[in-house]
Design a binder for this molecule. Structure first.
Ligand SMILES: [Zn+2]
Ligand SMILES: [Zn+2]
Length: 320
């Protein structure tokens, strides 16, 4: 603070208690404080100031620095620090709008810009996902669609029954295997039976390929099925709880499902057992063949299956 006279003060921001003083006098006060190190209470007495000792430096005008505010092109300023501190105090800020060159700035311009930025993102999401899709007729759903959809609705439907929540799908157990979960969701989405909700949280979409790529458990989904009548609750009820007769009437398909799921459950169980003994194991083609074979022969008796599976695990671990 040696060259008091060379400092570029921003006089508009001087404190009210010093505002009526002559600029030269203010500079003297500042010199007495920083350069001559006079006690604050003596400075106050010397200049007949009506001010608390602790308040003096807060009255000093800020210093203009070499940065400019990107919003109004005003030169930015910094407040003077107490003489015990080092350097200038705090971050430079714009004396007009209060902006600071920091990503955490909450000045009204930055807030406005952030709002605009988020609106732009939302519009991009809407442009991609708010495409009017013809609703899928309930009668056009295959048995597989119905099973998938019922599971997804039971697991993820919100209280208002308006949306399928990704977070609920993540918490719940859609299927025994993560791959299978993904298949269920992508199958329903690809057939437009459920649609990605254009109002899903923005962070549900991956930055690199925004907004085409999304996290399947972060977006929400909208049901895109229509029934004979327009009663929403009835429709949800029918989809969430499909009649078991529909599955009985197609025993071949239903058995296929059963095997598919049982196979997945076996893999899950196998993984679980392997993990329990710290054995890194990734079920591959051969495992699939063995399990499929067991399922075909033993599908009426789950406990046998479990025993066989367990023996198979033992054999594998002995052989491995
Ligand atoms: Zn500004
Ligand atoms: Zn700002």
């Amino acid at each position: 603070m040696e060259n008091n006279n060379e400092l570029n003060f921003y006089w508009d921001k001087i404190g009210d208690r010093l505002r009526n003083l002559d600029k030269a006098e203010v500079k003297n006060i500042i010199a007495d404080y920083y350069t001559n190190k006079i006690k604050v209470k003596d400075i106050i007495a010397k200049y007949h100031l009506n001010i608390l000792s602790s308040q003096l430096i807060k009255e000093f005008p800020p210093i203009v620095v070499d940065e400019k505010c990107p919003y109004d092109n005003e030169k930015m300023v910094v407040n003077l620090h107490s003489r015990d501190g080092l350097g200038l105090s705090g971050e430079p800020y714009c004396p007009i709008c209060g902006h600071q060159n920091s990503q955490y700035c909450r000045c009204k311009n930055c807030l406005e810009r952030e709002k605009k930025y988020l609106e732009d993102l939302r519009n991009k999401v809407r442009d991609t996902y708010l495409i009017p899709q013809e609703k899928v007729e309930i009668d056009d759903l295959t048995l597989r669609d119905k099973l998938f959809l019922a599971t997804v609705l039971k697991t993820g439907l919100n209280e208002e029954t308006t949306k399928i929540m990704g977070s609920k799908l993540a918490e719940g157990k859609l299927s025994p295997l993560a791959d299978m979960d993904q298949d269920v969701l992508s199958s329903l989405v690809s057939k437009n039976i459920i649609l990605v909700d254009p109002e899903s949280p923005l962070d549900a979409f991956v930055d690199e390929n925004f907004p085409e790529t999304y996290y399947i458990y972060k977006v929400n989904y909208l049901l895109n099925v229509t029934g004979e009548n327009d009663n929403h609750d009835q429709l949800i009820g029918m989809l969430e709880y499909p009649k078991s007769e529909e599955f009985y009437s197609e025993p071949k398909i239903s058995l296929g499902f059963w095997k598919e799921l049982a196979l997945a459950e076996c893999k899950e169980f196998l993984n679980y057992r392997m993990k329990a003994v710290d054995f890194s194991f990734n079920p591959g083609k051969k495992t699939n063949l063995v399990l499929n074979n067991l399922l075909t022969k033993e599908f009426f008796n789950r406990s046998n299956l479990a025993i066989n599976l367990y023996l198979c695990c033992l054999r594998c671990s002995v052989a491995g």
